[in-house]
Ligand binder design. Structure first.
Ligand SMILES: NC(=O)c1ccc[n+]([C@@H]2O[C@H](COP(=O)([O-])OP(=O)(O)OC[C@H]3O[C@@H](n4cnc5c(N)ncnc54)[C@H](OP(=O)(O)O)[C@@H]3O)[C@@H](O)[C@H]2O)c1
Length: 228
């Protein structure tokens, strides 16, 4: 049994991944602003805001893996975007991940090869209008993953998943009606938007020892949208 940390595990992809890991017999500590609400007994919740709280003495003592699943989606034309919005997005996507990774790495289980997971977006691989802030931050995540993977190998691993639009609370405004969901799904090569399980299955695999020869990679779980 492994012990995983999921920062941003109360909702969306983080919650689905925590529940998959719990179903496989692992324990999970979730950090988020609002509580985890669900059936799994091996999931514990800690209140934490990545923008204001410190990691000092907050990480579990022995960590086999960490997933940072916090994000925002500010879709606006570049012309009207304030520099502050870029800075705020960088704080939540990149600095939040950097601080969590540094705190977790200090408590990595020395008896295993821990695995960490961050999130990018399809909009880094493919230029998409109105994605300037999220693409700038997630592009930094992709560079960070490659850099850290080279420092950590062979003692620890780190990868990222770059999803296309997936039905979570984050995407709630874009997918608020069945008609919107169908219309956006029609633009995807697989003719649907992502569901949390599509991403969580890959996340649980990347956190597990089953993916022990995969590090420094950006996995495009996106219905083919990044390449087709
Ligand atoms: N969904 C998509 O279409 C999509 C597409 C591409 C990339 N992604 C990326 O995939 C990752 C997961 O996205 P998701 O759709 O699952 O997001 P989500 O549904 O919004 O869930 C985000 C999680 O982060 C937590 N969180 C938000 N702000 C926080 C803060 N300041 N401090 C601590 N926790 C915070 C939320 O919990 P609380 O509110 O309780 O704090 C929640 O548990 C993100 O990095 C996102 O950018 C998502």
């Amino acid at each position: 049994m492994k012990h995983y940390v999921i920062v941003g595990g109360s909702k969306g992809i983080g919650k689905a991944t925590a529940e998959l890991l719990a179903a496989e017999g692992h324990s999970v500590t979730i950090f988020s602003r609002t509580p985890y609400e669900g059936p799994a007994h091996t999931i514990e919740w800690e209140e934490f805001d990545v923008l204001t709280d410190s990691w000092e003495d907050r990480m579990p003592e022995r960590i086999d893996g960490l997933m940072y699943s916090v994000g925002t989606i500010n879709l606006k034309p570049f012309k009207g975007l304030k520099p502050e919005t870029f800075e705020e997005d960088f704080q939540i996507h990149v600095m939040g991940a950097v601080k969590a990774l540094q705190a977790a790495a200090a408590n990595f289980n020395p008896d295993c090869i821990p695995s960490c997971l961050l999130f990018s977006t399809v909009a880094v691989q493919r230029g998409m209008p109105f994605h300037a802030t999220v693409s700038a931050s997630k592009g930094a995540i992709e560079g960070l993953v490659r850099a850290i993977s080279s420092e950590w190998a062979p003692k620890a691993r780190i990868n990222a998943i770059a999803p296309s639009l997936t039905d979570t609370p984050l995407a709630g405004r874009l997918l608020s009606t069945p008609e919107k969901k169908e219309a956006i799904g029609a633009n995807n090569p697989m003719k649907r938007v992502g569901e949390v399980e599509d991403i969580a299955e890959m996340a649980a695999f990347l956190l597990s020892d089953k993916s022990s020869w995969i590090t420094g990679q950006i996995l495009h779980v996106d219905g083919g949208q990044s390449t087709i």
